[in-house]
Design a protein around this ligand. Sequence first.
Ligand code: DOR
Ligand code: ZN
Length: 424
Amino acid sequence: MELLIKGGRVLDPASGLDARMNVLVRDAKIAAVGKNIQVPTATVLDAAGLVVAPGLVDMHVHLREPGFEAKETVATGCAAAARGGFTSVVAMPNTNPVTDTPEIIRLVQEKAAPTGVHVYPAGAVSVGEKGQQLTDFAALKAAGAPAVTDDGNPIQNNALMRQALQQAKALGLPILDHCEDRDMVANYGVNEGAVSRQLGLPGRPAVAEELQIMRDVMLAEELGARVHICHISTARGIDIVRQAKARGVAVTCETCPQYFWLTEDEVLRQGALARVNPPLRTAADVEAVRQGLADGTIDVLVTDHAPHTAEEKARPLPDAPSGMVGLETALALNLTGLYHSGLLSLLEVIGRMTCRPAELLALPAGRLCEGARSDIVIFDPDKPWTVDCNQFASKGHNTPFQGKNLRGKVKMTISSGKIIYQEG
Ligand code: DOR
Ligand code: ZN
């Protein structure tokens, strides 16, 4: 199939391209990007007034299959991805059973194939995410895992983490590192601070995240290994990464919209809907996340899309699971919060949602240039709309952004040359 996308503002953050261009898609590849492309046989898509960018890449998504199909399935999660402009997602392995063998990696890949979204299942670092015995990294990599992670179940044992970083280095396999000291956070539902005191609940202290970031930065530095810090949320955590980068440590990090949009006060307003790990922090942390994005310390924007059922999220704060959905609001939250606010350029925001994560994980994604896979999102960067979780394709309606007025709306998502989402 040939598609000629005409007259849009074409972005390719990896090369710095930001210009009015035409894009010719021929099946699974981009055949040409240029000012004067004429192909009489092609189906024409008028993109005047719209942005044409590489399909978005989310390196932190919970698709919940196998095992938690009441929360989400690969099919519904991928429909949500397509609706949000994402054509590539990395699926987290905290499934049931845990994605710790090539068989389960393949099961997720098979479920994903008909959806049209490129799903890259990450493998677990430890068997069953129990933090005791390492998985077979080489086998997981051979099955297609772009990274390993025990996301949600941080590794407590320092010796095991050191061994994991060593093995990952030998294989060139990134470790995606959810940093929180488990003994310090237990199953608590809110940041330790003013709000936890007001609610009379024990909290998750910022230092629990910072200690593990520091530990893993030190281990990476000692070993000359790479580590990627997941969903960074605290000012001091960002400072640790900033200083480590300045010393040449191979550390990268990501954050999510909730960490630069919301503070711990949201828990007072929305209860369990604002419960997430790591927790929403203070206004000073929110400002530090914005600074970390502005100065490039934070490499990647992810969602940590974490669907849960309405019944689970209706429980009292201490008993409800942590997490919020994000695939269908991320682009607008990032555009409104970072681009329309003047903090980052459009190319910078889109680069952190496309080529940057693709580079970190060596995914064949995130580019809009001749020869690249024809994964494309077309969006109106200015269009105002109101978040309504009842319109979500995700099974999870657990968003703290319900009713929020945002700018930036996905019009069409194309994956390997096929239209997988179209507005209206
Ligand atoms: O809030 C969270 N939810 N943080 C995690 O690390 C895991 C995730 C989940 O699986 O629900
Ligand atoms: Zn996590």
